[in-house]
Write a protein that binds this ligand. Structure first.
Ligand code: BGC
Length: 446
C-alpha cells in the first residue's frame, strides 16, 4: 500500500500564533493578549505575530506554490464573536476570504475552532470554569459552521485539551496562568467535554457541506524498546494507561470517543453528559512530536530510556521517528478511526544565510525519517488520511515567544514579516509531488 492519491499533505497554524491584527476589524482581546504581561520570553506578544491577518491572499498563493493540499488553521473566537451575542461580519469576512483563497490555490481548508485563544469576554464570565461556556462555544461553532461550512469539509473542535488545561489551569505557565486544583480541573474537564460534544453536533447541523469532524489531542505514545511481543504490549499499555490527571490520553478519549467515563470521572460526568459528549467522529486527529520514552522529567517507567546524546530539537524534544509508525497503529487498533496527523515538526535554529536562503538540513532529515516511518504504517494498511506539518511558518510559540522556529517558511519579523521558504519547503514540495513514493525505506528505529 502507498499513500492514498488524495492524501492530505499539508501544514498547520493557529490564530493566536500567526494572525496579529489583534485589535483590528472589530476583534476584541483574548487571554493571550490581555493576560500575558511578565509571562512570555523576552516580553514578546502576539499582537502582530506573522501578520497573516493582512497576508491571506499571498500566503494562500505561497501554499499553492509549495503544493500543499491542505492547511489546518484556527479561528479566533473573539474575531468572530467579539462580545456576547454579537457576530462580527468583518471577522467572518476575513476567514471567508481566506477559505476562498485557499480553494483557489487547490488547498483544502481544515478548521480548528479552539486553539487556546479564549476571548476575554468569555474569560470574564469564568472561562472554562463556567457552566455557561459549553453553550457559548456551541453558538460560536454554529456561527462558524453557517458561515464557512458550505466550503470547508474538515473540522476540529479542540486543539490539545491536555496542554491548555495542563499548562493553563494546572501548572499556570500558559494563559490564563491559573492553578485551579483537582476540583477545578474536573470542572474545566467537564465543560470542555460538553463543549466538544455540543460543537460537534452544531457543525453537523449547520455546515452545508457534509463535514468530517474530529479533534486534535496531544496524542501521547510510548514506543517499544525492543522487537518482542512483550515490549510492544507494554508500550501499548503505557500509551493508554488510565490516569487521574488531565494529561492521560484516555481522560479525554474515553468520554469523547467511547462515551465512557473513567472510574475517577464518574462523580462529575453523568450518563446524560456522556450522551452529549459522545458524538460520532470521522477521524482521529493526533498531534505528535516525540515518543514519551524520552521525557526529560516526570513519569518514570520501565520504558524510559536515558540515552547519552539522544538527538533533540531546540525544544528539547527527542527525535524519535518511530513514533509515527507506532502511534497510528496503536490508535487505529484501539479506536478503529482513520488517523489524521494534525501536527508534527521541529523547532530549529534557522537563520537567513548570506546567500539569502534558509538552509535547514536538520528539518529535511527530520521529515525524511518521520515520514518514512509513517509510510511503514501506511504500507501495513493503517488508514492515515493526512499529515499536517507544524508549522506553515515560524510563529509565536506561546510562553517562548518568537524564540522557537518551527516553520517550513521563515518569518522575517524585522522586515514586515517577509516570508522566506526554507529548503525544507522545497523538499516537502517534492514529497507531495511524488506522493511520498520516493521516501527511503529505513529500518524501523528502536
Ligand atoms: C501546539 C502548537 C505549538 C506546538 C509546538 C502543540 O502543542 O498545538 O500550538 O506551537 O505544539 O510547541
Amino acid at each position: 500500500m502507498a499513500f492514498a492519491k488524495d492524501f492530505l499533505w499539508g501544514a498547520a497554524s493557529a490564530s493566536a500564533q500567526v494572525e496579529g491584527g489583534w485589535n483590528e476589524g472589530g476583534r476584541t482581546p483574548s487571554i493571550w493578549d490581555a493576560l500575558i504581561d511578565g509571562h512570555i520570553k523576552y516580553n514578546d506578544t502576539p499582537a502582530v505575530a506573522c501578520d497573516t491577518y493582512h497576508h491571506a491572499k499571498d500566503d494562500a498563493a505561497l501554499m499553492g506554490e509549495i503544493g500543499l493540499r491542505s492547511y489546518r488553521f484556527s479561528i479566533s473566537w473573539s474575531r468572530v464573536i467579539p462580545a456576547e451575542g454579537k457576530v462580527n461580519p468583518t471577522g467572518i469576512a476575513y476567514y471567508s476570504n481566506l477559505v476562498d483563497e485557499l480553494l483557489k490555490n487547490g488547498v483544502t481548508p481544515m478548521i480548528t475552532l479552539y486553539h487556546w485563544d479564549l476571548p476575554m469576554w468569555v474569560y470574564r464570565k469564568g472561562g472554562w470554569l463556567s457552566e455557561e461556556i459549553s453553550d457559548l462555544f456551541a453558538d460560536y461553532a454554529k456561527t462558524v459552521a453557517e458561515a464557512l461550512g458550505d466550503r470547508v469539509g474538515y473540522w476540529l473542535t479542540f486543539n490539545e485539551p491536555q496542554v491548555f488545561v495542563g499548562a493553563g489551569y494546572n501548572r499556570g505557565t500558559h494563559a490564563p496562568f491559573l492553578q485551579v486544583g483537582k476540583v477545578g480541573i474536573e470542572t474545566v474537564t467537564r465543560n470542555i467535554l460538553l463543549a466538544h460534544g455540543k460543537a460537534a453536533a452544531a457543525i453537523r447541523q449547520y455546515a452545508a457541506k457534509t463535514p468530517k469532524v474530529g479533534f486534535a489531542p496531544s496524542a501521547r505514545c510510548y514506543t517499544p524498546t525492543e522487537d518482542t511481543p512483550d515490549a510492544i504490549a507494554e508500550a501499548k499499555r503505557l500509551t493508554f494507561e488510565g490516569s487521574i490527571t488531565h494529561t492521560g490520553n484516555i481522560w479525554w478519549e474515553s468520554p469523547i470517543v467511547r462515551g465512557e467515563a473513567l472510574d475517577e470521572q464518574k462523580h462529575f460526568l453523568s450518563e446524560d453528559d456522556l450522551k452529549v459528549i459522545h458524538q460520532p467522529l470521522d477521524f482521529f486527529g493526533v498531534n505528535v512530536y516525540q515518543s514519551r520514552n524520552y521525557l526529560a522529567k516526570g513519569e518514570d517507567t520501565a520504558q524510559r530510556r536515558a540515552k547519552w546524546g539522544q538527538p533533540r530539537t531546540q525544544m528539547g524534544w527527542a527525535i524519535t521517528p518511530e513514533v509515527l509508525y507506532w502511534l497510528p497503529k496503536f490508535y487505529y487498533e484501539r479506536y478503529g478511526l482513520q488517523i489524521l496527523i494534525t501536527e508534527n515538526g521541529l523547532a530549529n535554529c534557522d537563520v537567513i544565510s548570506l546567500d539569502g536562503a534558509v538552509h535547514d538540513p536538520q528539518r529535511i532529515d527530520f521529515m525524511t525519517r518521520y515520514l518514512a516511518h509513517l509510510k511503514m504504517a501506511v504500507d501495513e494498511g493503517v488508514p492515515v488520511i493526512g499529515y499536517q506539518y507544524w508549522s506553515l511558518m515560524d510563529n509565536f510559540e506561546w510562553d517562548k515567544g518568537y524564540a522557537m522556529r518551527f516553520g517550513m517558511i521563515y518569518t522575517d519579523y524585522a522586515n514586515g514579516c517577509r516570508r522566506v521558504p526554507k529548503d525544507s519547503a522545497r523538499f516537502y514540495s517534492e514529497i507531495i509531488r511524488t506522493n511520498g513514493e520516493n521516501l527511503p525505506t529505513l529500518p524501523l528505529n528502536w
